[in-house]
Design a protein. Structure first.
Length: 168
C-alpha cells in the first residue's frame, strides 16, 4: 500500500458524515427493530432485553454490510484509504520489537518497514490533528535516519510491501 496525499478537509468531512450516519442508523434501526419485535412478541414479564439486543445486533451487521458494500464508492475513497492504512500500520506495530532489533542489525526490510510506519503515522497524525506524539516520532525518525546512513541505504516507502513482515 502506497502512501498518498489526502485532502484533509475532504477526509474529515466525509469521515464525520460516515460516523454520524452510522450512529444515527444504529440508534434508529436498533430502536425500530426492537419496537417491532416487542409489538409482535410481547413479554408478560416486561423484560425486552433480548429484543433490544437483537435490534442492535441486526442493525450493526447491516451497517457493517453497507459500509463494506460501498467501500469502493468515490465518496468513501479517503475514509477507506485511512482505514486500510491504519490496518497496515497495526501489522507493523505488532512486529515492532523484532523490526527494531533487525534494523539495529542492518536488515534493509526492517528499516523499510520502520520508514513506512513512521511516514504513515505522520500522515495519519496530520489528518487527525494529533500532535501529541509528533516529537517522539521525530526522535524515532532521527534514529532511523542514522541507521539508514550507517548502513548506506536508500529507502523509498513506495517499495514497501507487507509481505516483508512475514520474516519477522
Amino acid at each position: 500500500m502506497q502512501l498518498i496525499k489526502i485532502d484533509k478537509a475532504r477526509y474529515r468531512r466525509h469521515l464525520n458524515r460516515v460516523i454520524v450516519g452510522s450512529i444515527a442508523a444504529l440508534a434508529i434501526g436498533s430502536l425500530a427493530i426492537a419496537q417491532i419485535l416487542i409489538a409482535l412478541f410481547p413479554d408478560a414479564s416486561g423484560s425486552h432485553f433480548h429484543w433490544n439486543l437483537l435490534g442492535v445486533v441486526v442493525t450493526t451487521l447491516t451497517i457493517g454490510w453497507l459500509l463494506n458494500k460501498y467501500r469502493t464508492h468515490a465518496y468513501m475513497t479517503e475514509v477507506v484509504y485511512v482505514w486500510d492504512l491504519k490496518q497496515a500500520l497495526n501489522k507493523i506495530t505488532r512486529k515492532m520489537p523484532k523490526l527494531k532489533a533487525a534494523a539495529q542489525a542492518g536488515n534493509a526490510d526492517a528499516l523499510l518497514a520502520l520508514q513506512y510506519s513512521y511516514a504513515g503515522s505522520r500522515l495519519l497524525w496530520h489528518l487527525d490533528d494529533n500532535s501529541i506524539v509528533m516529537e517522539e516520532l521525530s526522535v524515532a525518525q532521527l534514529e532511523l535516519d542514522s541507521l539508514i546512513t550507517k548502513y548506506n541505504l536508500t529507502l523509498n516507502t513506495d517499495d514497501y510491501n507487507d509481505l516483508i513482515l512475514n520474516q519477522f
